[in-house]
Design a protein around this ligand. Sequence first.
Ligand code: ATP
Length: 359
Amino acid sequence: MARIELNNLAHQYAPGGDYALQPMQHVWEDGGAYALLGPSGCGKTTLLNIISGLLQPSQGRVMFGERDVTTLPPEQRNIGQVFQFPVIYDTMSVFDNLAFPLRNRKLGEDYVERRVTQIAGMLGLEDVLKRRAKNLTADAKQKISLGRGLVREDVAAVLFDEPLTVIDPHLKWQLRRKLREVHEQLNLTLVYVTHDQTEALTFADKVVVMLAGQVLQVGTPQALFERPEHTFVGYFIGSPGMNFFDCQVEGGEALIEGHRVAVDPAMAQAAGEAGGLLQLGIRPGLIRTAAAGEKGLTLQVENVEDLGDYELVTGYLGSQKLHVRLEESEKIGSDGLEVVFPREHALLYADDRLVGGGK
Ligand code: ATP
């Protein structure tokens, strides 16, 4: 295992062309589970390929611990890899498939037997070890692929490229949980590429959110939810995402089309100094209805959806659209709704960056 350090790393596919990856400086800790999350084309695969050695960066260094691996080919980097589609030997047994990376390194058969049994047990493959891989379901084949990626103990890191793409939707959540457990037991450094926020949030200790070749935030799922450092992170994480309103700051408050919203005074002051396009962000589930007699903000309600354990209100504050998640006990009509943006949950952004928090 190793920490992964990206030192002033950047990539242009053509000299002088667009940056597929903007210059970045990051350290990913030894034994951590990281997810690279972002929309199509944001640079996830480019970054993963640079880490695995399939692609040489046009700028910067990649370090595994103290070892500079920037120019080393994949086979000299000591990494495990799992791809979108199963990479297995169909004619071999499941056991031999899992044993392959170990036997390749000439490890003793006693050890191979123990380690393969351990990994098969973790992934629920113990009952099919003697079967030929080709006779198994697509899900089981991908589990073998996961096992092959995880079986070596001496790897610097294991890289996963959207490994649950071929898995049946109703089995995906089981395998996500399984991978999480495997990580806790094996203590490997894992890097997992996905465009699916649920996969990223259940799998990773730290999520690396990317957009247009830039890393916008590296944070725990909780930090990404509570303090998105960029408006895109707030919008991309959560279902639905964070609400944003164009606003001004005046007398320590945010002004949204004439509606006054109390915000943290230090944040209001910093926002005033930052200038630029100011926005107020708040999560749909952190808005509450005003108590009897309490002065709130009046929303025009456009639509109320009953989603079982909560109601999703779509409405407007002035001309600006928002979502509010309400408990069922707060059922409302479709005329108007008085709400409060609790001060501790109302965040200010200047030119898309969280004021006073982050880069
Ligand atoms: P996806 O989720 O669709 O795989 P991604 O986040 O992995 O997307 P990349 O495939 O890394 O994104 O692409 C990042 C940028 O680099 C995109 O603008 C893409 O068009 C460009 N790109 C990717 N591969 C090449 C290539 N071989 N030559 C030129 N440009 C490329």
